[in-house]
Design a protein around this ligand. Structure first.
Ligand code: C2E
Ligand code: MG
Ligand code: MG
Ligand code: MG
Length: 279
């Protein structure tokens, strides 16, 4: 009986697995097509300075305009890209577009810091250094106006390649920021060994601010002592903004200011409607 159950179980599982494999393969070819046919688009979300709430930066966030499925969020395809290695091609594309956009905004008179997200696979491959160097050389983008967002776990690994990549990127002069800070296992002390420019406090802390006030305050003050800029992600309300500002958080990003928008729409955030004719 047990054997029978096992077999049924196996059959059921294997069918599911087959379906899953099929789905993945479809998605993989879909992603390759998307790259070829230009179905990806980058949206940008503003980052504003605490003092005057001026836009000082933009985070590049990928979207997929799928011909039949509509807009697909990165959480639905970035993990598969990461697993299959397609992230290299997708990431190269993102980097190229983002530096062009940085130059476009600088030429408009807005020297924003444009940040892109790097996945573990991209970051563990030394090629990232020459790719970034080439992107900078091609566009004339200033290195310190380009920021790479990585997560805590990516630098906590005792990996020699990672240490080398970090030091080479630092030599190029690009900025490094730790994304989703507070969700991983790193501690601020171990970050001291890395030339990190800023920490982005994870959205979950801001979302449940009441229960996280003490820890958020501690993150802000310690990172200040360590000379890192502190950025709050996921700021949605005036209350959150005020509290974070009072505690000394230097930059904000979140729906309270703007959700991620297409590049052309971002231009209109930089130049308010009344001034657009004159600009
Ligand atoms: P992330 O880098 O932490 O990006 C912030 C995410 O939070 C974005 O989701 C953004 O839309 C969302 N967000 C920003 N402000 C608010 C807010 O006030 N409230 C709420 N509820 N959400 C807010 P998105 O665009 O769906 O991106 C999800 C994740 O996908 C990113 O998280 C990043 O890890 C990854 N990702 C996006 N684009 C790329 C890319 O080009 N390459 C790689 N490797 N990963 C990417
Ligand atoms: Mg990010
Ligand atoms: Mg984040
Ligand atoms: Mg995130």
């Amino acid at each position: 009986k047990a054997k029978e159950d096992g077999r049924n179980c196996f059959r059921y599982f294997s069918m599911n697995l087959q379906e899953q494999v099929q789905k993945r393969m479809e998605l993989e070819t879909d992603i390759q097509r998307a790259l070829r046919d230009g179905e990806f688009e980058i949206f940008y979300q503003p980052r504003v300075a605490a003092e005057d709430l001026r836009i000082v930066g933009a985070e590049a966030l990928i979207r997929w305009n799928h011909p039949t499925r509509g807009v697909i969020e990165p959480s639905e395809f970035i993990p598969l890209c990461e697993e299959t290695g397609l992230i290299e091609q997708v990431g190269d594309w993102v980097l190229g577009i983002a530096v062009d956009q940085q130059v476009h905004w600088r030429n408009m008179g807005f020297p924003l810091v444009v940040s892109i997200n790097l996945s573990p696979r991209q970051f563990k491959n030394e090629d990232i250094v020459s790719k970034v160097a080439k992107a900078i050389a091609r566009t004339g983008c200033r290195p310190n106006e380009l920021e790479l967002e990585i997560t805590e776990s990516m630098i906590m690994e005792k990996d020699h390649t990672v240490a080398r990549v970090v030091s080479e990127l630092t030599k190029l002069g690009v900025r490094l920021s730790i994304d989703d800070f507070g969700t991983g296992y790193s501690n601020l002390a171990s970050l001291q060994n890395f030339p990190v420019d800023s920490l982005k406090i994870d959205r979950s802390f801001i979302e449940n601010m009441r229960s996280n006030q003490a820890i958020t305050e501690m993150i802000i003050s310690l990172s200040k002592l360590m000379g890192m800029k502190i950025v709050a992600e996921g700021v949605e309300t005036f209350e959150q903004l005020n509290w974070l500002r009072e505690k000394g958080c230097q930059e904000f990003q979140g729906f309270y200011f703007s959700k991620p928008v297409p590049a052309a729409e971002f231009d209109t955030l930089l130049i308010p409607a009344g001034k657009r004719d004159r600009a």
